[in-house]
Design a binder for this molecule. Structure first.
Ligand code: ANZ
Length: 798
């Protein structure tokens, strides 16, 4: 058994001392390859066995690309602002900055113990002022471009966390982190206008090589919907309101309207008789999340406002209700209800005894809404038309009468960007006494977080920074002002960190434009699918803004994206402290070694699959590494003469391993290496170039043992990291025999069958062995033998 503890430490020290994996990003002489991991949030729990899964995958690719002659950028850093550090700090009384630094140090040690080939000189932490200086700088660019604004809006307020959460952070009415209840509450907030980019974010998904499921999630999140706005007058009021509908062709079937309980008209139009019921209902809805409200299976609830709308196509008076199934934040916050053809409207109409008028032929509206296509009926001048024709005709009519228009709506909302928290980037804005707002001068960045001990959020939702008078009060040219006290959400730092790695120490710009131009986009990005609509949408948005400003050279940040699956507990359930099934990577590094952990995680199954941990599997992997170690260390003869016994399997192995790494099929690459090792043992002889080629491939997976074996095999003092990746001979792979024609002095004298890819020596030997050939060279001297591979052996004899 090889001594993993000694050799792993040894090689980690060599790499560190020699800066083996330092990248010169200004070296444009080689093709570039930028391979990126989603950087970790340095939690107090330390590294999880899930982290090394993606990190090993990218490390194998980085190592292969280096050996193929690419200039590889493979960095690592820490997403170190955010709620958990602050929660922990509040619970334990430790300052988040100290706690975060300890966690980063611990994470870095753990990551280094796994032998990843990161360029540590590029390490970044989002909570480092030299980093967040540029996060603040980007915010100023957004602000100056009119993409950051303040609004009084109903937000997702989590009383337990004392924080406002983005829609993306609320799942089933609970906070994504912690699972605490979330209510709706109006508050003054910073918002980023991601909606301005809805169309580009949607269209440019075409440009990238991403999992289709992730693209689809982004498409759904953006939620483009083509339809029409229709204006309804309110009976007895001079007010009118607008509804958004995707089916304006069903307007003749609209038998009532529904406003969201928060719709600004509700209090005005509600009759005195209905007031009490309406207000009680509004209050009830406050605590429900959008998701709960739109749940299809939920019983429909609502209240009549007492007011009536006038249907513009037929002048009919139809009642206006409020109901929570209509969301304030989508479309116009009001709908026309067509119960005959919309399921939710149907249920509501049944519940409240409202008329149901079919306007499409088909179905049985006694039983349920008919939501399929049908020819129009009960619709005067639309009768007989199909769906699209009727929609077109209705839009034409609405526009002509001035009571509506074609309209495209998006589900995407502007990004709620402020948090009432301490542990985040201060928003670089000053509110002046004269009512104006200004950005902090760029020369003054970073606007550092004040070092306060008083970082607990207030119950009011006011940010802890409001408790720091030195931070708060400023005077500019004699005018007093107060700083913005909200901080940025955790997503801010991770929106652009991949840019900073390219030029991490630049204090004049986010990055040198030449370097950004050379290195963008990221060629391969690997990380969890849970980021499909959060981080991955936000960073595309920022990237596009900076692209539009000419700061970045590409419209998209990440060319290829891959999601690794989750490593589950041995019981097949998610690893969690409460289940007691968490595997600690430190223990595995200690007991089996980092190489074993790496190879095991890559061998568990397809990278994208969720797979259960198995201790026997890990033991088996370690045994295989020992077998490889013995193979090179004398279990078979390493020979300088090729006996050809391994020609085929070696070339097959190079081909398959190379291909499988490129397509991230690491498990099958390992299987192929196992086949090679078995064949080598059977053959008892291993041709030296094959041993070397194998060790090179192996070193991408198990770099410590790989280096050790390389040193033993070649006496090289150099790291294997920049040795050329092995190549293979396609001919050696061919199964079929070929017929070789043998000529003597230009005349055909015989032929023979032989294995494809046989080398010249063996072809000559076989040719000279033929009886028909022997006859023609008898007594002559062989001057020359010319071999045309796979075809002819030409013997010149005199
Ligand atoms: C009348 C109608 C008739 C509708 C019909 C559908 C079918 P998507 O595709 O998701 O955009 N709607 C509009 N605004 C809403 C809101 N704020 N809250 C809840 N529902 C809302 O859906 C658009 C459809 O959802 C709209 O078209 C509207 O109902 C409803 F046979 O209008 B429809």
């Amino acid at each position: 058994m090889y001594d993993h503890k000694t050799i792993e430490k040894k090689w980690q020290k060599v790499w560190e001392d020699n800066k083996t994996f330092k990248t010169d990003t200004a070296d444009f002489s080689k093709p570039k390859y930028y391979v990126l991991d989603m950087f970790p949030y340095p939690s107090g729990n330390g590294l999880h066995v899930g982290h090394p899964e993606g990190y090993t995958a990218t490390d194998i690719i980085a190592r292969k690309k280096r050996m193929e002659g690419f200039n590889v950028l493979h960095p690592m850093g820490f997403d170190s602002f955010g709620l958990p550090a602050e929660q922990f700090a509040i619970q334990t009384g430790h300052h988040p900055s100290i706690f975060t630094q300890q966690n980063i140090d611990h994470f870095r040690d753990q990551i280094k113990s796994l032998g990843f080939s990161y360029d540590w000189d590029r390490e970044i932490a989002t909570s480092d002022p030299s980093y967040y200086k540029w996060t603040q700088w980007i915010f100023i660019q957004l602000y100056n471009a009119g993409l950051a604004y303040v609004d009084e809006i109903p937000v997702n307020w989590c009383p337990e966390l004392k924080a406002v959460l983005a829609n993306e952070e609320v799942i089933d009415g609970k906070s994504e982190r912690g699972g605490y209840p979330v209510i709706r509450k109006p508050m003054r907030q910073w918002v980023l206008k991601i909606t301005d980019y809805a169309e580009q974010l949607l269209n440019d998904l075409e440009l990238v090589d991403w999992p289709e499921s992730t693209k689809e999630m982004q498409r759904n999140w953006i939620g483009k919907s083509k339809g029409a706005n229709v204006v309804f007058k309110i009976d007895g009021h001079d007010k009118e309101f607008t509804v958004f509908t995707t089916r304006c062709d069903t307007l003749f079937g609209a038998t009532y309207c529904v406003m969201a309980p928060e719709h600004p008209f509700v209090s005005d139009i509600t009759t005195p008789k209905q007031k009490e019921a309406v207000e009680a209902y509004q209050k009830e809805c406050q605590s429900k999340s959008d998701l709960e409200r739109t749940d299809l299976n939920k019983d429909k609830t609502g209240v009549f406002t007492g007011a009536y709308a006038i249907n513009p196509v037929n002048g009919k008076k139809i009642p206006i209700y409020i109901s929570d199934y209509v969301l304030a934040s989508y479309g116009t916050g009001a709908i026309m209800a067509v119960p005959a053809h919309d399921t939710r409207d149907y249920e509501f109409a049944k519940e409240f005894g409202l008329p149901i008028i079919p306007v499409l032929e088909g179905g049985d509206i006694e039983k349920e809404a008919f939501t399929e296509d049908g020819v129009h009926i009960n619709s005067e001048w639309l009768n007989g038309l199909g769906k699209q024709e009727a929609i077109d005709k209705m839009i034409e009519w609405l526009e002509e009468k001035g009571v509506g228009e074609a309209k495209t709506t998006y589900k995407l909302r502007d990004w709620l960007f402020s948090r009432q928290r301490y542990w985040g980037e201060p928003i670089p804005i000053i509110h002046m006494e004269d009512g104006t707002m200004r950005t902090v001068d760029v020369e003054e960045l970073p606007l550092e977080l004040p070092a306060t001990e008083n970082f607990k959020p207030a119950d009011t939702g006011e940010s802890p920074l409001a408790n720091c008078p030195d931070f708060l009060h400023v005077e500019i040219d004699g005018v007093k002002g107060v700083r913005e006290t909200n901080t940025m959400p955790q997503w801010a730092g991770s929106c652009w960190y991949y840019l900073r790695y390219i030029d991490p120490h630049n204090d004049k710009a986010i990055g040198d434009p030449e370097l950004l131009k050379h290195w963008l986009p990221v060629d391969l990005y690997v990380g969890g699918a849970e980021h499909a609509v959060l981080h991955l949408l936000y960073s595309r948005f920022w990237h596009k803004v900076l692209y539009d400003q000419g700061i970045l050279p590409t419209p998209e940040p990440f060319q290829k994206l891959f999601h690794q699956g989750m490593i589950l507990g041995s019981n097949g359930e998610k690893m969690s402290k409460s289940r007691g099934n968490v595997v600690n990577p430190d223990e595995i590094v200690e007991s089996h070694g980092a190489d074993a952990l790496r190879v095991y995680e890559m061998f568990m199954g397809p990278l994208e699959a969720g797979l259960p941990w198995s201790t026997t599997g890990l033991d088996g992997t370690r045994k295989w590494l020992d077998r490889v170690d013995r193979l090179i260390h004398g279990a078979v003869e390493i020979s300088d003469v090729n006996d050809h016994s391994l020609d085929k399997v070696y070339n097959q192995t190079v081909k398959k391993v190379s291909h499988d790494i490129d397509t991230l099929n690491f498990n099958t690459a390992i299987s192929q290496m196992m086949i090679f090792v078995n064949e080598a043992y059977k053959s008892k002889k291993l041709y030296r170039p094959y041993a070397e080629g194998f060790v090179k491939m192996f070193s991408a997976f198990a770099p410590h043992l790989g280096e050790e074996l390389w040193q033993y095999l070649t006496d090289s003092k150099e790291s294997i990291a920049y040795e050329p990746w092995p190549t293979y001979d396609e001919n050696a792979l061919k199964e079929e025999n070929v017929t070789i024609v043998v000529q003597v002095n230009g005349k055909v004298r015989g032929k023979f069958e032989t294995k494809q890819g046989s080398d010249d020596e063996s072809l000559k030997e076989q040719a000279l062995g033929l009886d028909s050939v022997k006859r023609h060279i008898e007594g002559k001297e062989i001057k020359k033998i010319i071999v045309v591979k796979g075809k002819v052996v030409n013997i010149v004899a005199k």
